[in-house]
Design a protein around this ligand. Structure first.
Ligand code: MG
Length: 166
């Protein structure tokens, strides 16, 4: 079987005056993630996992933060581009799994919407997208609510005959 695995990680600072956007879901909170784009740490980790599986570097290479074109960019749109890149090369996403680390707010109620958003933009069913949210037991930068981090893994199969655009 021609398989590839990819791993991605990202962390963003929590600051005042920014919306909190995770998996494309805007969540009501007094702090948001700082970044050049929408700072969607979940989608960023997932994109890096995809690019890693393809050995194509990272999102900084495809969407450089010093390029004003990506200012405030919707990360789901970027995810769609990365998924299309994988398909062009004949790779189909089997499944993805992610772990979001955030002390507050409670993210569990938003998990189904996050998974559905990412599945739509990847062009796969949402039962192939795992999203888990955990606190950091008040330890480290996530535990002190200085930021949120996320890690992601993705499995790809080389299947050129079934790599049509969704
Ligand atoms: Mg990022």
């Amino acid at each position: 079987m021609n398989l590839r695995i990819g791993h991605g990680y990202d962390i963003h600072r929590l600051v005042e005056g920014r919306p909190l956007i995770l998996g494309g879901v805007t969540i009501d909170h007094h702090l948001g993630l700082e970044g050049h784009s929408d700072a969607d740490v979940l989608v960023h980790a997932l994109m890096d996992a995809l690019l890693g599986a393809l050995a194509l570097g990272d999102i900084g290479r495809y969407f450089p933060p010093d390029n004003p074109h990506w200012r405030g960019a919707n990360s789901l749109v970027l995810l769609r581009q990365v998924a299309a890149l994988a398909r062009e090369k004949g790779w189909r996403v089997v499944n993805v799994d992610t772990v979001l680390v955030a002390e507050r707010p409670r993210l569990q109620p938003h998990v189904p919407a996050m998974a559905a958003n990412m599945a739509t933009h990847l062009g796969i069913p949402s039962d192939r997208v795992g999203v888990k949210a955990t606190t950091n037991e008040k330890l480290g930068p996530e535990g002190r609510e200085e930021g949120m981090s996320c890690s992601a893994v993705v499995l790809l199969v080389h299947d050129p005959d079934r790599c049509h655009d969704p």
